[in-house]
Write a protein that binds this ligand. Structure first.
Ligand SMILES: NC(=O)c1ccc[n+]([C@@H]2O[C@H](COP(=O)([O-])OP(=O)(O)OC[C@H]3O[C@@H](n4cnc5c(N)ncnc54)[C@H](OP(=O)(O)O)[C@@H]3O)[C@@H](O)[C@H]2O)c1
Length: 306
């Protein structure tokens, strides 16, 4: 009988404590769900505010806000060319910088004819390092550069373990992905600060957000660009300069294997033209964005899942 009593008491004690635990767990669950719901609602609101509303209202006057010339590095193909065209469609004159003179002349003429703006070209191979910057500084010295687009970038030929990456590729990543943006900003920023207006857009990559195995040096170089831009924004916002870190996911350029399935899924992987159109509409609004609505959904989904 004593044993049955104590079993009954034990059962009652356990049931009472469990109901306390259940209530505590229910509270934790409700708090977690409320927090996640608020985050999702805020993210959804930011998505609409950043990617849709600016395209409904009239387009910002970029010349008035920043100045009449833009410099775009890596401007003859892919995102760089599309970004240059989008800025030209808004009336900005464009300085295009890339390696190939013939391609530069062709694209510059195309942009000038299509959008009735002035264009200029600078032939420079950013992989050559320090020696190329004096001529660039000289070529830009008489121009009031309002917008600098640090677009040029190189990628691995394919994902590789670090020791399999050639030393040439590593130097290209350092010179083209890291040094080019840093020195180009060093060249144009003093003029912008003097005029108390200007914008610096740096194209990083979604791979900057997490260390990416088999793209170690590439993702690290993009993380550098992202941190660099964000720090510059803190330093120069009060001087009238808008600094934006763009972190696109896949865009259908030569880098993403033309003909592959990526190029067929246009809402996930936009064309450079569509991407640039969306990204430019975020200029002056977001200091750090993917630049494209479905890429922002991917970031939000990853953040919720991880
Ligand atoms: N495509 C994507 O899915 C994606 C995703 C995230 C981030 N991004 C970033 O977006 C940027 C543009 O990528 P993209 O896909 O548009 O590249 P892309 O189509 O390969 O175009 C690269 C441009 O850069 C120029 N260029 C390449 N190496 C150069 C060098 N050493 N010196 C001077 N110019 C050089 C090329 O012109 P020439 O060959 O005529 O010199 C071309 O105009 C890169 O920074 C990339 O990391 C791309």
């Amino acid at each position: 009988m004593a044993a049955a009593d104590s079993f009954y008491l034990l059962y009652r004690e356990i049931a009472r404590s469990c109901s306390c635990y259940m209530e505590a767990l229910a509270l934790v669950g409700a708090w977690y769900t409320a927090r996640k719901s608020i985050t999702v609602i805020c993210d959804f609101y930011s998505l609409i505010r950043l990617h849709f509303i600016p395209r409904l209202v009239s387009r910002a006057d970029l010349i008035k806000h920043y100045g009449s010339w833009a410099v775009v590095s890596g401007a003859t193909d892919g995102i760089g060319r599309a970004y240059a065209e989008e800025l030209a469609s808004r009336g900005l004159n464009i300085v295009l910088v890339s390696r190939n003179q013939d391609k530069l002349q062709m694209v510059a003429k195309d942009i000038a004819d299509t959008y009735s703006v002035e264009t200029d070209i600078i032939v420079a191979d950013f992989s050559n390092g320090r020696e190329i910057y004096d001529p660039i500084r000289e070529a830009l010295k008489d121009k009031d550069i309002g917008i600098l687009v640090n677009n040029v970038g190189v990628f691995y030929p394919y994902p590789q373990y670090f020791t399999q990456v050639s030393e040439d590729t590593l130097w290209d990543i350092i010179n083209v992905n890291i040094a080019a943006a840093s020195v180009m900003v060093h060249i144009v920023l003093p003029g912008m600060v003097e005029r108390r207006k200007g914008a610096v857009v740096t194209i990083s990559s979604g791979s900057c957000c997490k260390p990416t195995p088999q793209l170690a040096a590439f993702s690290a170089s993009k993380a550098y660009l992202d941190h660099f831009s964000r720090a510059l924004q803190y330093e120069y916002a009060s001087k009238g300069i808008f600094v934006q870190s763009l972190i696109p996911f896949c865009v259908a350029t030569n880098v993403t294997a033309p003909g592959s399935f990526l190029h067929k899924c246009s809402w996930l992987v936009p064309s450079p033209k569509v991407y640039a159109h969306h990204a430019v509409s975020t200029l002056g609004i977001s200091k750090r964005t993917t630049g494209y609505w479905s890429h922002s959904i991917q970031v939000t989904a990853c953040a919720q899942l991880l």
